[in-house]
Design a protein around this ligand. Structure first.
Ligand SMILES: *[C@@H]1O[C@H](CO)[C@@H](O)[C@H](O)[C@H]1NC(C)=O
Ligand SMILES: *[C@@H]1O[C@H](CO)[C@@H](O)[C@H](O)[C@H]1NC(C)=O
Length: 481
């Protein structure tokens, strides 16, 4: 069809229909590219622009015999295969170097999840990120399976696509599972052949709802960072867990959780300057030992960012670890739970607030569709106070009392979002992760923020519109936070 690309098993036919828009973008920088001696091809039969050559006609004329080994004589398993820009939830995107070894390892994830050549895999995530490209597409090539490639994720077309193409494996990331659960219920919700869902970032409440709504689908939640040197995968279908500590795995890819100071945003160190391992059940920063078997290649042309992800003197003087920037927890049965990204957790009144947990509670308020939670600075106060940007369900107004009730029933005082910002939509990265940096900077001053703002008034026991007057009273410390 005009929107989908179907990559058939035999790779004889590839149909793309996305190039009209990409062509314009390339045309803009074409002179610079040509100056640098870069040849530009476009995946179509012909191209009228000087300096851009068509590729499809050349592919169809090419031999299907294996290439001469000489062509890849200087390529080995540690060579750079591609660059993937990290999605940039808490900072600017950086180009992570992905080696052939990493592409190879990621392409076996499908096999590890029990996917076979007979399965039909539905990819609707961008191919410029690891999930869609490495796990999805490279994995499909490794399996030799059929892929249904959708140009863009659509919650309303999702299940119809699955039914139409007999999809058996789906992929999800970030908020996409919530979007599926938020669509209107239908009688045929369980009529489809999807048996496995592979992805990461599903919240516990959404996971349960997804299963009861769409049937017995094995959710293979996995944890990995594009540039990281450690990952976890499913192991069981235990709701909420991203995996289980496996001692063989840990022997080959040594990792640990270390105590982390949320306020200073750095690991806690003892008198000898070494990090301290987190106790079982305690949330800690995941670090993976950098070894030959689990290398950390870093970011292209960005030594400073690469160095920032390296952590030295962790358990012994002179050792070297990769700092995942992720806070996880191991429970007493060795299940692994993802807690938050460093920077997504903030500290208020001496307590750590995990933004994802607050967002889970907020979205149980009847009027709220989505919530993006973060901490903002208030003059005269240590730490950062909770704030949430939310979108409302269609046709609903912000219900001050119901939201107040939900927040105060389920969250401790320090974790309650004192400020709520109503937005028409939330700003997302290409992989449906919420962006926070700009919201944090914009803060809660009604003179600067044009969206409606609300304030949790603990005396009136409800949310009230945040007026300039209330704002001044907060800044001058007349209102106690
Ligand atoms: C899906 O499966 C049904 C029944 O097995 C079959 O009749 C149909 O042709 C399949 N559809 C596609 C697009 O392969
Ligand atoms: C994934 O979980 C299933 C059980 O639900 C298990 O049989 C399988 O071995 C697990 N895969 C991996 C790679 O752990």
């Amino acid at each position: 069809s005009s929107k989908n690309v179907v990559w058939s098993k035999t790779f004889n036919h590839v149909f793309f229909s996305v190039f009209a828009e990409l062509q314009d973008a390339v045309e803009e920088v074409l002179p610079t590219l040509r100056e640098q001696g870069i040849s530009v091809f476009i995946l179509s039969e012909s191209c009228s622009i000087q300096g851009i050559d068509s590729l499809s006609n050349k592919i169809s004329q090419a031999s299907d015999q294996p290439l001469s080994r000489d062509l890849r004589a200087n390529v080995n398993i540690r060579s750079t295969a591609l660059y993937i820009y990290t999605s940039g939830t808490t900072g600017l995107p950086k180009a992570a170097v992905v080696t052939h070894e990493r592409v190879w390892a990621a392409s076996f994830i499908q096999a590890a999840c029990g996917i076979t050549a007979e399965d039909i895999f539905y990819i609707n995530l961008p191919l410029y990120h690891s999930a869609g490209f490495l796990i999805g597409l490279s994995g499909a090539i490794e399996r030799g399976m059929t892929v249904i490639l959708k140009r863009k994720f659509s919650a309303s077309q999702f299940w119809d696509d699955c039914r139409k193409h007999n999809v058996t494996v789906m992929q999800y990331i970030g908020e996409t599972m919530r979007y599926l659960c938020n669509t209107a219920k239908k009688d045929n919700d369980k009529t489809h052949k999807v048996r496995v869902a592979i992805g990461n970032g599903i919240r516990t409440d959404v996971w349960s709802e997804f299963l009861s709504r769409f049937g017995d689908i094995k959710v293979r939640e996995l944890y990995a960072a594009t540039e990281g040197n450690i990952g976890f995968i499913n192991y069981t279908s235990k709701i909420g867990a991203v995996g289980r500590v496996n001692f063989v795995h840990r022997f080959f890819f040594p990792y640990t959780l270390i105590k982390f100071d949320i306020e200073k945003e750095e690991p806690v160190r003892n008198a000898e300057g070494l990090c301290i391992e987190a106790a079982r059940g305690e949330t800690g920063l995941l670090v993976g030992k950098i070894t030959r078997r689990s290398p950390f290649v870093g970011y292209a042309g960005n030594q400073q960012q690469t160095e920032k992800k390296r952590l030295r003197d962790v358990l012994k003087k002179g050792d070297l670890y990769f700092n995942t920037g992720d806070l996880l927890r191991f429970d007493h049965e060795n299940f692994v739970y993802f807690q938050d990204r460093v920077g997504d957790t903030f500290r208020w009144k001496g307590e750590n607030v995990a933004t994802s947990e607050v967002a889970d509670i907020l979205t149980t308020a009847p009027c709220i569709l989505e919530a993006n939670v973060y901490g903002v600075k208030v003059e005269g106060h240590e730490g950062r106070i909770g704030m949430a940007a939310v979108t409302l369900k269609e046709g609903q107004d912000f219900d001050c009392e119901a939201t107040y009730k939900q927040v105060t029933s389920y969250l401790p005082v320090y974790a309650r979002p004192r400020f709520i910002r109503i937005q028409p939509c939330l700003e997302m990265t290409g992989t449906f992760k919420m962006k926070k940096v700009r919201l944090v900077e914009e803060g809660f001053n009604p003179a600067h923020v044009k969206d409606p703002l609300f304030f949790l008034d603990s005396e009136k026991k409800t949310y009230v519109p945040l007026t300039e007057e209330i704002y001044r009273a907060i800044i001058s410390l007349e209102i106690k936070l």
